[in-house]
Design a protein around this ligand. Sequence first.
Ligand code: NAP
Length: 330
Amino acid sequence: MMAADSGVSVLENEDKSPKIPEKKKTEFDVVIIGAGPSGYTAGIYCSRAGYDTLILSGILPGGQLVNTTEVENYPGFEKGIMGPDLMIEMRKQTQRMGTTIIDDEAVDVDFRSSTFKILTGSEEYEGRAVIIATGANPRKLGLEGEKTFAGKGVSYCATCDGPFFRNQELIVVGGGDSAIEEATFLTKFATRVHLVHRRKELRASKVMQERAFNNEKIKFHWDSEVINIKGDQKMQQAVIKNIKTNEETALDVGGLFVAIGHQPNTKLFKNQIDLDDEDYIILKNKTQTNIEGVFAAGDVHDRTYRQAITAAGFGCMAAIDVDKYLTENS
Ligand code: NAP
């Protein structure tokens, strides 16, 4: 029975002996860096396999799905689920399996010794195996105005910022699923959404393309790039250029959403883990990196599929590979 039901104060039963500060646990069988679908799935599998598992989730747990609207293609949710809600469910499930989750960011790693070290600002954690599941971040256009007006009109997350732009004209840059999804979502708030894409064909899936083509609020600007973002306190205008005709057009818009893909989060591992020419982790043997005992899962190595479900699948694969590695090396 819980103390609250017994009629005896919890404080009356409290141990009055001097408190020795509890030493923070820092040694684990497995340390997972990152808490998107791959990190959480890896946590679930590692903990269920009996390994003492830590997830260092970073300061924004949940990965890219936290910035997504409705997810219709993750199995198990007949009516779809909002991205942030899906990540909350995954986190709760992972914790229920016994994984320790710490919302702190890894700032350095040392994979040179047999026990791997992962440092945050305040702690040093050790793992007998590591799974890198740090995902990827939105790519930038590289324009001066992009920095000047970041948070003042320029955004990388329609879900987060869309409602701030009611009854305004907006721009979305990109031609992939993200751009089309964001443009479609933003039509809920905007009077018009200008989709600016550098080619004449979209990269997005056909079903999403059709949805956008049928949406009267979306205007497509093909073969075009944003070359300037202007404003005062907030952005007020973007200049786009048709790269075939060199024609420049000024669009008076209140916001510009950049949706041009992602950069894998691998800076931390650069001198220790082999990366390809776009900084994605190179897998050497199944999910294992160039270092035995260090594995990678999800968008941090996957430039092809990049779906929540494939990221989760890779998390599962990495955990199974960790199990094999720890069994053979204990
Ligand atoms: P993506 O598929 O890589 O598309 C990036 C888009 O941005 C491309 O159209 C690309 O043009 C354009 N681009 C890249 N660099 C640019 C630059 N410097 N200036 C202007 N345009 C630039 O990225 P994504 O749309 O973020 O999608 C990533 C993955 O997530 C994909 O596998 C996608 O299927 C998936 N996803 C799925 C859903 C869903 O199913 N609900 C939603 C979002 C994303 P080019 O086409 O000319 O290369």
